[in-house]
Write a protein that binds this ligand. Structure first.
Ligand code: SIN
Ligand code: FE2
Length: 213
């Protein structure tokens, strides 16, 4: 009985081999992270990027770290300078580095030192279709994803696009880590529902930490 109760309330749940949902792991840092995001966005404003096919993505994006992920007519890639300003991306704040490292370690990936953090801002109605994160050099390193603000339904698929995707709710302060055998799993998010969150207003912010270079 006690064991069952404990299992039901354990905030850290394995999702699949190599993938773990750390419910509330970033909650205590949430306000500070949002202040960091605001400072980053003052230097590297959120913008809608274009797919190689020329479509504007619905999610608004910025980056921090020595590398930032971009998409444009020439494809998806990591670059050291913000193409909008020509300036280096803002540095990864030490607090975020520590948080990402601690989450990765908790999920079984010690010594994770990201060099890139993609920051996604979702307004109601915006979504991200199923994709793999495969623009990084080193797939031995995990992806650490921090969710803030409005909750969303996250799709966690398999290694083939056609594999059935599990649905997870990601809420304010949740951290999802996927690496090892899960590193190349397809994933995405369903359209964000209308709502307001006390910390972010009418949006969801997601930060994904990567070792890109
Ligand atoms: C991403 O795959 O880059 C974002 C996932 C998310 O918003 O949770
Ligand atoms: Fe992704």
């Amino acid at each position: 009985m006690t064991l069952d109760l404990f299992a039901a309330t354990d905030p850290y749940q394995p999702i699949a081999p190599g993938a773990m949902l750390l419910h509330g792991f970033a909650l205590a840092d949430a306000d500070a992270i949002l202040a960091d995001v605001q400072a980053i966005a003052a230097r590297a404003p959120f913008r809608r990027m274009f797919t190689p096919g020329g479509q504007a993505m619905s999610v608004a994006m910025s980056n921090c770290g020595s590398l930032g992920w971009i998409s444009d007519r020439h494809g998806y890639r990591y670059v050291a300078a913000d193409p909008d300003s020509g300036q280096p991306w803002p540095p990864l704040p030490p607090r975020l580095l520590r948080l990402a490292g601690a989450a990765a370690e908790r999920a079984g990936f010690p010594a994770f030192v990201p060099d890139a953090c993609l920051i996604n801002r979702y307004a109601p109605g915006t979504r991200m279709s199923l994709h793999q994160d495969r623009d990084e050099q080193d797939f031995t390193q995990p992806i650490v994803s921090v969710s803030l603000g409005l909750s969303v339904t996250f799709l966690f698929g398999g290694l083939a696009r056609s594999d059935k995707a599990a649905r997870l709710t990601l809420s304010h302060g949740d951290v999802l880590v996927w690496g090892g055998p899960a590193r190349l799993r397809f994933h995405g998010v369903l359209p964000l529902l209308d709502g307001r969150h006390p910390a972010t207003g009418a949006c969801r912010i997601n930060l994904t930490f990567r070792k890109a270079g």
